[in-house]
Structure formats: structure tokens, C-alpha cells
Write a protein that binds this ligand. Structure first.
Ligand code: DC
Length: 222
């Protein structure tokens, strides 16, 4: 049996992170959340007060991200410091989104992500994994769900934190973000030609993971 590389791409809110982490766990593979790398860079910029492009270039020379799964949580370390919670702050999401549109940042992080991809036995999740980072991945999944289903899941997450949110507003935001992500000039979100399109609007997390694990086993030659 050979260990393969699995690329999971798709829009925000399709459940990529949970699906990817659980798939990696079931396959006994490592899991790389590439969005967390962009987010960690945003935290690093905040820590050092760096905004100018020349200074971001300098920061990238001393930028290291590592991962460790602990009690089902994917812990993220920036230069050895645990930033798991910090990277999810709303202002970091915005900053990560802007910094991810800078071409030299994508280039620097490309090399970093390629290193993770060199060994087989990896599930890597992001926006451009099947198209740019691992175009030769043995299994590519484009995970999506209807804007309404994605909004519903997001609403439940927000409500679980005791907060209130308007459903129609969420659907509108998701549709706007889809347009922005898929039309941006640098590495727009798009399905790789050889990716399996998996719409999980009407199946749950476990069923989604089982499907991907089944495809992976087929490609492992099991
Ligand atoms: O998946 P996420 O929300 O954690 O990603 C954070 C930001 O990084 C998001 O704005 C999209 C961007 N990103 C990217 O451009 N390419 C990737 N491979 C992963 C994330």
C-alpha cells in the first residue's frame, strides 16, 4: 500500500477543516491547514507591527509554522509559540485575507507548503492545493455546499457561542465572499480539472469523511 497526497480545496464554510482533520486521522496521515499559515503570518505582522512590503519580506526569513494534533485539536505554532486561538480572531481573518493576495507572500509560502507535501501520507487543505501547491496529488477533492447550508452551519457556530446573527445577512456575505475569492487576480479559488467535486449540502460530516477515505483507499491500492 502506498501513502498518497490528498488535496482538499473549497470555499469558506464547506467544513474543510473538520473534514480534512478527520480524514487525516482515519488514514493515519498528517494534516496541514494552509489557511493557518496565512493566519500565523498575520499574527506575526501584528506582533512586530510590520505592514510595509519590504518588512514583510524580512519577516518571512524568520517565519516558521508547525502543527500538532492534541485531543482532536489541531494546534498551530508560530516560531514555537502556540497561536491556535489567536489566529481565529476576526481581525486576523481580515489580515490573512489581505496578506494572502500579495504575490511574493504566496511565493514564499509556496516553498514552505511544498516541503510539507514532499512526503506522502498528507492531507493538505486550502484554496489552491490541487491547482498550485500539489498539482500532482493522487487525490483532489473540491469540497463545497450551497450558500444556504454554509450559512446555516456558520449560524449554529455563532449561536453556540451565545451570539445572535441574521441568517439572510450571512447568506449574502457568503455569496459576496465567493465572488471575491473566485475572481481575485492572484490564485483565485477554482476547482482543479481532475478534482472530485464533493457537494456536502445534504450529507453530514461523517458521511463526507467516509467518502473521501473510500476514494483515498482506492488510490492507495487497498
Ligand atoms: O481557510 P482560512 O479561512 O483559514 O484561510 C485564511 C485566509 O488565507 C483566507 O483569506 C484565504 C487564504 N488562503 C489562501 O489564499 N490560500 C490557501 N491555500 C489557504 C488560505
Amino acid at each position: 500500500m502506498k501513502k498518497i497526497r490528498v488535496a482538499i480545496d473549497g470555499p469558506a464554510g464547506a467544513g474543510k477543516s473538520s473534514v480534512s482533520r478527520l480524514t487525516a486521522e482515519k488514514l493515519g496521515y498528517s494534516y496541514i491547514d494552509t489557511g493557518a499559515i496565512y493566519r500565523a503570518l498575520a499574527v506575526f505582522m501584528g506582533d512586530t507591527g510590520v505592514e510595509e512590503h519590504d518588512k514583510i519580506r524580512e519577516l518571512l526569513k524568520n517565519f516558521e509554522v508547525s502543527f500538532k494534533i492534541e485531543n482532536g485539536i489541531n494546534r498551530v505554532f508560530l516560531n514555537g509559540r502556540d497561536v491556535t486561538t489567536e489566529i481565529r480572531a476576526e481581525k486576523i481573518s481580515m489580515k490573512a485575507s489581505s496578506v494572502s493576495a500579495i504575490p511574493f507572500v504566496r511565493e514564499a509560502l509556496f516553498n514552505m507548503q511544498r516541503k510539507y507535501a514532499e512526503v506522502g501520507g498528507v492531507v493538505m487543505e486550502g484554496r489552491d492545493i490541487g491547482t498550485v501547491i500539489m498539482p500532482d496529488a493522487e487525490l483532489k477533492i473540491f469540497l463545497t455546499a450551497s450558500p444556504e447550508k454554509r450559512a446555516k452551519r456558520r449560524m449554529l457556530e455563532i449561536e453556540a457561542k451565545g451570539l445572535k446573527v441574521d441568517f439572510d445577512e450571512l447568506v449574502k456575505e457568503i455569496k459576496e465572499r465567493d465572488i471575491k475569492d473566485s475572481t481575485r487576480a492572484v490564485s483565485p479559488l477554482k476547482q482543479a480539472e481532475d478534482a472530485v467535486l464533493l457537494d456536502n449540502s445534504d450529507i453530514n460530516l461523517e458521511q463526507t469523511v467516509d467518502l473521501i477515505v473510500k476514494y483515498a483507499h482506492e488510490r492507495e491500492g487497498k
